[in-house]
Design a protein around this ligand. Structure first.
Ligand code: SAH
Length: 466
């Protein structure tokens, strides 16, 4: 029987029970010197120990397969034997030569996982692993993988970063990541994880070169992504819970993001967005009254668009309007707006379903004839379309007044978003539509405007498209 055993990063208590059992009952134990040393204490006296050197792996693999025909042979690898370890080679050798040897592969804790746990939880989201060793893989292949990964926002674990003679690879990797990633991206460095001489550092991409003199073949480097943060000295890549749930204060959710500096472009934008979301989330959690998850998202968008917490006290939801709006968007229903600016602000995804009649050929004439404002005339002209669709009034109280008239005559939209501004009749007309049997989201009082209207409808469009 040949057991290919991953012994974990170093500490015996991080080795699996099964691995220990195989080692303690082995006839032959094979491995390189460093790994044999790590398990010395549990090697049985009766076992023959065959120490291999770096670069003699194929020979060792063949020998292990041969001996495994009649004896219990344990071939050890550091970490996990299947990750840049001996397991793959053994299977290849058996595949080509010998089929009698019984084979088992016993997993171990790989360096990435041991290092991640010491740093915190940097691998909580998607990640990739790359070895910088070009002893077996041509450098141009490694280079391509690094460039591809640096461009996408994913955590990258680097094995074999540097040896005494091999230094340029890490320098190259660093340059590629500096080119595509925020230079404040967090980087974790773990040397001798779970072994004597363990060192743990959390730094930034731009400062990584300061640590080159401490990096060697027993070091694993974890390059974070834009979702990787530092909290209480620990590195953590956010899985996304903060998008759905409120927990802790703003500071806890924001965590200590790298400081924004000019030139950070996209990453800086996303950091500001994350922080804003956290602040707005806290504000909205104080809404007077219960809110559904979707209503909360609409409220957050309104507060965010205006950067004004007082909007929260003016925001009203009547007759389950958010759910009604989501259904309308899913059904591809039309949106009528009072002015072009509201139309222009609506998400591109849906803008081809938006109509505004303010500048329709007949609006001036209708306004003059009927004694209406032009915006009110625009709503009247849309009257055939308003029933069972969405109306968004972001500017003119007179347009809202006209909508009230239409509702009184039995023309009811499925959702009315009502945020017109003004000192004359804005407040009153909003109260009027809110007293009617129409699903309505409104900003009460004299305030509101296009930003609020657009924030509300875009939040609904976003939810509907998820
Ligand atoms: N099979 C091993 C990896 C072998 S490649 C495993 O699963 O862990 C060797 C590389 O692994 C080293 O260059 C280093 O990058 C990493 N490594 C192995 N043990 C480590 C340890 N204790 N601490 C930090 N990195 C380690």
């Amino acid at each position: 029987m040949l057991s290919v055993v991953g012994i974990g990063p170093g500490s015996l208590d991080l080795m699996t029970e099964r691995a220990k059992e195989r080692i303690t009952s082995a006839d032959v134990i094979m491995g390189n010197e460093r790994y044999i040393e790590l398990i010395e204490k549990i090697i049985p006296e009766s076992a023959e120990v065959i120490i291999g050197k770096m670069g003699t792996e194929v020979e060792r693999a063949k020998k292990a397969v041969e001996l495994g025909k009649h004896k219990n042979v344990v071939l050890i690898s550091g970490g996990d034997a299947g990750i840049y370890g001996m397991a793959g080679l053994i299977i290849e050798v058996i595949g080509y030569t010998e089929k009698e040897t019984k084979l088992e592969i016993i997993p171990g804790i790989t360096a990435a996982f041991a290092s991640a746990a010491l740093l915190g939880a940097p691998l909580s989201n998607d990640f990739a692993v790359v070895s910088l060793s070009d002893l077996l893989v041509p450098w141009n292949e490694i280079e391509k993988k690094l460039a591809g990964l640096a461009k996408i926002d994913i955590v990258v674990v680097i094995y074999n970063p540097m040896s005494k003679t091999r230094k340029v690879q890490l320098e190259y990797a660093h340059q590629v990541f500096m080119k595509y990633r925020d230079r404040k991206t967090l980087v974790g460095i773990v040397k001798n994880a779970e072994r004597e001489g363990c060192e743990i550092e959390i730094t930034s991409l731009e400062e990584l070169p300061d640590f080159y003199h401490r990096i060697d073949m027993s070091t694993t480097i974890i390059i974070g992504c834009s979702r990787t943060k530092k909290l209480r000295g620990l590195m953590v890549t956010r899985r996304g819970y903060e998008r759905k749930y409120n927990y802790g204060g703003v500071e806890a959710r924001h965590m200590s993001n790298p400081v924004h500096e000019p030139g950070d472009y996209v990453e800086a934008g996303s950091r500001i967005w994350e922080l804003s979301k956290a602040i707005v989330g806290d504000i909205v959690s104080k809404y007077p009254g219960p809110l559904s998850e979707n209503e909360k998202r609409v409220a957050e968008r309104v507060v965010f668009a205006n950067a004004d917490p007082s909007f929260l006290n003016l925001l009203v939801f009547k007759h389950n309007p958010v759910e009604a709006g989501i259904q309308c968007i899913k059904d591809g229903k039309i949106i009528i707006t009072d002015i072009e600016m509201v139309k222009a602000g609506i998400s591109k995804k849906y803008r081809d379903r938006v109509m505004c009649f303010l500048n329709a050929p007949k609006s001036t004439e209708t306004a003059r004839k009927e004694g209406l404002t032009k915006t009110a005339a625009g709503i009247r002209l849309a009257k055939e379309l308003i029933c069972n669709n969405i109306v968004v009034i972001g500017n003119a109280p007179s347009a809202c007044e006209e909508l009230c008239t239409l509702v009184e005559s039995g023309i009811k939209p499925d959702l009315a978003v009502i945020t017109p501004v003004g000192f004359v009749n804005a407040s009153e007309t909003k109260e009027k539509i809110l007293s009617m049997d129409v699903p309505c989201i409104a900003i009460k009082g004299s305030r509101g405007g296009t930003p609020s209207a657009v924030a509300i409808i875009n939040a609904i469009i976003e939810i509907a498209h998820q």
